[in-house]
Design a protein around this ligand. Sequence first.
Ligand code: ADP
Ligand code: MG
Length: 228
Amino acid sequence: YNQHVQVSEKMEMISSLTASVAHEVRNPLQVTRGFLQLVAESSNEKNKGHISIAIGELDRASDIITDFLTFAKPQEEEFTELNISKELKQIEGIIVPLATSHGGNVYLHIPRDLFMEGNSPKLKQALINIIKNSIEAFQKDGQIHIKAYEEQNEVIILIKDNGSGIEPAQLSKLGEPYFTTKVKGTGLGLMVTFRIIEAMKGTIRFSSQKNVGTEVMIRFPSIRKKSS
Ligand code: ADP
Ligand code: MG
């Protein structure tokens, strides 16, 4: 038991360290990308090819950071009372444009305020990683339905898409580091999501049917609102 505590403290240190390092790294990546594009404009075809590969690799590095740290703030690790309805509405502003640009739609069904204990930036990161996968799985007329409700002292968040679906044999691989079926995937999004949900004492379950869609069910212990 003691050893377990030590390990998890170390993990926390590592994750907050990662957060600050990644924030510092994102900027130079963007600046480098900008200058490479400039250089490409006055380059011959062969060099343009090389530069385009370099830019692709920079984008890959940015994607990895995005899967980990879209919302992470290094100094904010603590858990507070979260209103899931509010969190989902804030996420809406990011995912609706993304879904639209992929030719689909998001439908949010949130009946009332629901409360849980957690860390707001991390919860957002976890949900965004799931929803981004739904958007990337869009076929024609992509739709994502997001629902939240309470059931027997648990808050439940349901994210359901009508996308490409997941092969049964691949369901058990979800969340494994570097497991991806995408040409440009990182295979890190769900690993991050699973860890965050576990840290907030939640569970996550995927059900999917190939070419029909995927449903993700997340459960957290609910709390009664303390402050008013
Ligand atoms: P990445 O998105 O970079 O591939 P993830 O960890 O986010 O990495 O997802 C791993 C894999 O899980 C994806 O490559 C995809 O095959 C599968 N997957 C996850 N969610 C969905 C979904 N909603 N629809 C179809 N496939 C999915
Ligand atoms: Mg992903």
